[in-house]
Design a protein around this ligand. Structure first.
Ligand code: NCD
Length: 345
């Protein structure tokens, strides 16, 4: 079996790198691959740092030059609008140089192995790889094999994880609700194919959220969801029951591109039974907030009047996406700088 074949096979392994390896010996963030295994303290630190970027948008401040002289490479093997753009903006706001590798015209599409592509990019002195890939485990794989001075940020890998999305969602919740402990949070829709839902459940559990509910047809709930931190009594297939008295509603997109079988009768049926309408929203607490990671399918999982309504915080999520990515990039680069100083002495 040749090396490339082995590499490609390995990409299907979700946990190529133990997620604890995203921290260095001092337990500082070196890569950002998943929120799983991170401490509540570290999550709070990320949120606090991101908040400082939201509340002090004055770019003259010192923290805006944290990535001066650094190079960030966006490696997006899957389509993206919000995530890629906000990573790019975040890097630029921190004064980094940013490159977006166009995968369609790159040598990877000519059959070059992922590892060879990475080796070549490394030779151009890159400091951060931002990776999105359709296979679970890709960001972990790159983190394991790239040079030690490079940090890898997971921008979504298969069904596995989307940690920066989960963190920007946590920031949005924290801006609207005083504490996570008393909250009832409902995640609605295609949980089965959603890396966002997995990362959100991990983050909400770490932050000690009172009740994490999932609402979906049985065919769209992954087996073993209880192991992620959802109690069996909080799994609902009836949306009207599941939305009762919740503080936060997170709608998910139907990931048709990932569905391998007919898991749903039709989009119209889905909307009828699971779409978030104005009527259904009234079942939640009157001050409940409505979230969606985007891209949203209006009329499939969410009514336009709700998506654009006064309880919607969907655009706040996008704004927070820049701040969270600035926080993560500045943290991993500080870790790298401290490591290099340690090596030098
Ligand atoms: C999500 C993703 O790509 O996982 N979108 C995003 O990052 N904003 C969710 C989705 O595609 O539905």
């Amino acid at each position: 079996m040749d090396r490339d074949h082995l590499i490609n096979q390995r990409l299907n392994v979700p946990d190529e790198l133990p997620s604890t390896m995203q921290l260095n010996a001092q337990r500082q963030l070196k890569h950002f691959l998943t929120v799983e295994t991170l401490s509540p303290l570290l999550l709070e630190e990320i949120l606090d740092r991101a908040e400082s970027f939201v509340t002090q948008p004055n770019r003259i401040q010192k923290q805006y030059s944290l990535l001066q002289g650094k190079t960030v490479m966006n490696l997006f093997f899957e389509n993206s609008t919000r995530t890629r753009t906000t990573f790019e903006l975040a890097a630029k706001r921190l004064s980094a140089d940013v490159f977006n590798l166009d995968i369609r015209t790159s040598a990877t599409s000519k059959g070059e192995s992922l590892l060879d592509t990475i080796r070549n990019l490394e030779a151009m002195n890159i400091d951060i790889f931002v990776v999105r890939h359709q296979h679970s485990g890709t960001a972990n794989f790159i983190a394991r094999y790239c040079a030690p001075h490079i940090s890898v940020l997971n921008a979504g890998d298969g069904h596995h994880a989307h940690p920066t999305q989960a963190m920007l969602d946590m920031l949005t919740i924290r801006q609207h609700k005083p504490s996570f402990q008393p909250l009832k949070v409902a995640i609605v829709g295609d949980i089965l194919h959603s890396r966002v839902a997995r990362s959100q459940i991990h983050a909400l559990s770490i932050l000690a959220t009172g009740e994490i509910r999932v609402i979906a047809p049985k065919t769209l709930i992954p087996i073993g969801i209880e192991d992620l931190g959802v109690r069996p009594e909080n799994i609902y297939s009836d949306i009207d029951q599941g939305l009762k008295d919740v503080d936060v509603i997170i709608m998910l997109r139907l990931q048709k591109e990932r569905m391998q079988a007919a898991l749903l009768p039709s989009e119209q049926e889905f909307y009828k039974f699971y779409g978030l309408t104005e009527e259904r929203l009234k079942l939640a607490k009157p001050d409940a907030i409505v979230m969606h990671p985007g891209p949203a399918n209006r009329g499939v999982e969410i009514d336009s009047r709700v998506a654009d309504g006064k309880q919607s915080v969907i655009l706040n999520q996008v704004t927070n996406g820049v701040a969270i990515r600035m926080a993560i990039m500045s943290m991993v680069m500080q870790t790298q700088q401290q490591e290099q100083t340690r090596i030098a002495i």
